[in-house]
Every structure is written in structure tokens, then in C-alpha cells.
Design a protein around this ligand. Structure first.
Ligand code: FMN
Length: 171
């Protein structure tokens, strides 16, 4: 397991090849096996492959421009009526997506949806909701472009295990 965690990097360039449905489903399965507060499973996953929509999504924030080049984008959103720990729930699902992507030879990246652009008049979340017909009672957590990496990424290094960040009994 630590090997997959070490290899997991944020991937921002992709080859053109489509992601096979079986692999996509394994990645989505990993997301839905994630723990959620009170087991409420507040998330929904929108898979976007349409070229125009991908281009529009990549304009949602200043840090999403590469998303259009992925064969698909998973948009994670959550029902605000299902508990109150949805951000945590969705973030854990996102990490499971990251990890199963590695396991499938794929790559992805967590793209936040907080910083706006001119295209979305400073409100990226509303922009994404409108574009994808997301109901009123849902919010958007992040975009996760998914595809085969264009180049290998360096795995995390042992030096990143920093014992100075570990505290026992008190800070
Ligand atoms: C909450 C969160 C928000 C992030 N937002 C973005 C983003 O908007 N665009 C992007 O390219 N990367 C984004 N990232 C990816 C980080 O830049 C990346 O995880 C970090 O640089 C460490 O690199 P690694 O994922 O390869 O280990 C985000 C990651 C997290 C956890």
C-alpha cells in the first residue's frame, strides 16, 4: 500500500487515450468505498467527457486550465442535506480516487473550486453547477481530471517523512 501512496503524484498532463470503462468504474468504486460521517455517502460523481464542457470546466479557476486535456473529468459534488461533514467525506473519496488511479496506471489531480476567474464572474462553484445542471441543494467539492499520464512522475521520497512533524503526548 505504501508503494502506491508513494507513487501518487498530481498529474497535470495526459496522453489522448480514453480511459476504459472498467478502469473508470474501479476508480469510482474506490471513491464509494471511502468512509463517510454517519455513513451518509453525501457525494455524487459527474463524469464529463464532452470536449466543450471540459474546456468550460478548465476555465472555472486559474488552476484548472490543464483539465481540458484529460480524457475525462470527475466532478465531485455533495448533498448539503446529508449530514455536515461533506467536505471531509468528499476529500477522502478524492484521495481514494487518486490512489486507485495509480493502481490502474492512471493519473489525476485534485482541482479546488474556490478561486474564481473572469469566465465565472468570480463564482466558480455556481458556474460549474449551472453548466452541469447540479441541483440547488448540492455543492461542488472539486474537479478531478483523469487519464493516462503523459510522463512519469517522481515518487515521494523518504526525506519527506519528517519526524519533526510528529509529536508525542503534546505539541
Ligand atoms: C485541497 C487541494 C487543492 C488543490 N488544488 C489544486 C488546483 O486547484 N490545481 C492544481 O493543479 N493542483 C491542486 N492541488 C494539487 C496540489 O498542488 C498537490 O497535491 C501538491 O502540490 C503536492 O503534489 P503531489 O500531489 O504530486 O504530491 C490541490 C491539492 C489539494 C489537496
Amino acid at each position: 500500500m505504501l508503494d502506491v501512496i508513494r507513487q501518487r503524484r498530481s498529474v497535470r498532463s495526459f496522453v489522448k487515450n480514453a480511459v476504459e470503462k472498467e478502469k473508470l468504474n474501479e476508480v469510482l468504486k474506490a471513491a464509494m468505498f471511502a468512509p463517510t460521517a454517519k455513513h451518509l455517502r453525501p457525494w455524487e460523481f459527474i463524469v464529463v467527457t464532452n470536449e466543450t464542457k471540459k474546456i468550460e470546466l478548465s476555465k472555472a479557476t486559474p488552476y484548472a486550465s490543464f483539465a481540458k486535456d484529460a480524457p475525462l473529468i470527475i466532478v465531485i459534488c455533495y448533498d448539503i442535506n446529508k449530514g455536515n461533514r461533506f467536505k471531509e467525506d468528499c476529500s477522502i473519496a478524492a484521495e481514494n480516487i487518486y490512489l486507485e488511479a495509480v493502481n490502474q496506471g492512471l493519473g489525476t489531480c485534485f482541482v479546488q473550486i474556490a478561486d474564481g476567474t473572469e469566465a465565472d464572474a468570480g463564482n466558480p462553484e455556481e458556474y460549474v453547477k449551472k453548466m452541469l445542471d447540479i441541483p440547488e441543494n448540492y455543492r461542488v467539492q472539486c474537479l478531478m481530471p483523469l487519464g493516462y499520464p503523459a510522463k512519469p512522475s517522481a515518487p515521494h521520497k523518504d526525506e519527506e517523512f519528517d519526524l519533526k512533524k510528529v509529536h508525542y503526548e503534546r505539541f
